[in-house]
Write a protein that binds this ligand. Sequence first.
Ligand code: ATP
Ligand code: LTN
Length: 329
Amino acid sequence: MEKKRVFSGVQPTGNIHLGNYIGALKQFVNLQDEMDCVYCIVDMHSITVPQDPKQLRETTLDVAALYLAVGLDPKKSIIFVQSTVPQHAELSWILTCNAYMGELGRMTQFKDKGKGSDSAGAGLFTYPILMAADILLYKAHLVPVGNDQKQHIEITRDLANRFNHKYGDTFVIPDYKGIEVGARIMALDDPLKKMSKSAENIHSRISLLDSPDKVKKSIMKATTDSEGVIRLDWENKPGVSNLLTIYSAFTDRKIDDIVGQYEGAGYGQLKKDLVEIINESLTPIRKAFEEKRNSEELMDILKDGRERASEIAEQTMKEVRDKVGFIRM
Ligand code: ATP
Ligand code: LTN
């Protein structure tokens, strides 16, 4: 039987944080052995908000090196940069012509980032269509992402079904692939918001490249509550629940088991242990990052990824151009 295809992407908008790692990247690595995986650095998505061009180029390579540092293997997975395969923009336009203003207006990410302003970027509005194009070009069956992207997978399915219905069977209808624990890691300073690359307070998140000292500061400062009891209760104790979730993701232990271990202990102990656990996992990642980021191999991997991705993308586009009635030459 043919392997199922997996597609996912991360924006080069800053350094990857624990939310990205737990919600997305860890899944990317785990899926590599059983599936045919394609992982992208979605630089075209990142320019939906202003970016400094020089910085964007650097961050794109940082994310590529981080992909490798967390364990993505270019022999198993295709790793490439979105803008190097122009078919993404091409399919995005065709899908745009089959999308509705209403369905795009309902996207919560647009509502959050665009804030209903008349001067919200049009790219923020059409962002989910470009994401749909990413996924559909590769006829992916599964899309491993954090829970905040679920709505975008839904619209991708709608756009694929609509196209298939109008032009004949073309696209695979993809499924969201989430995890049970950690699909939404919350900000450390405000556990009612998701941990994000773009939040102002650097202690709201831990980046994979943060120093051990920064990890310690951010965890020790993390918002908890005044009850002093360690248990999972998202409604009344979101801060402690978030720390337990991060603990569970890094140790692969069940939350109940961790709660049992800390019966009668205070938040200080939980935080101290968590700092150690995180640093133990991040130290080898930081080291691998330094090696990969400064190696000549990095560009070769991205070039090879572009070749392999282009081949699949062009095959799909030939079919799509034909179906919509563009001339053949
Ligand atoms: P930004 O804050 O700039 O919007 P981001 O932190 O949401 O960025 P992305 O590049 O958009 O990062 O996301 C990469 C992947 O990480 C996606 O699959 C996304 O669902 C996942 N992800 C992002 N934030 C979290 C989080 N807090 N918890 C779990 N998964 C997350
Ligand atoms: N929208 C996603 C990033 C993204 C993506 C994709 C994820 C762009 N294209 C295709 C999965 C599949 C985000 O903001 N995290």
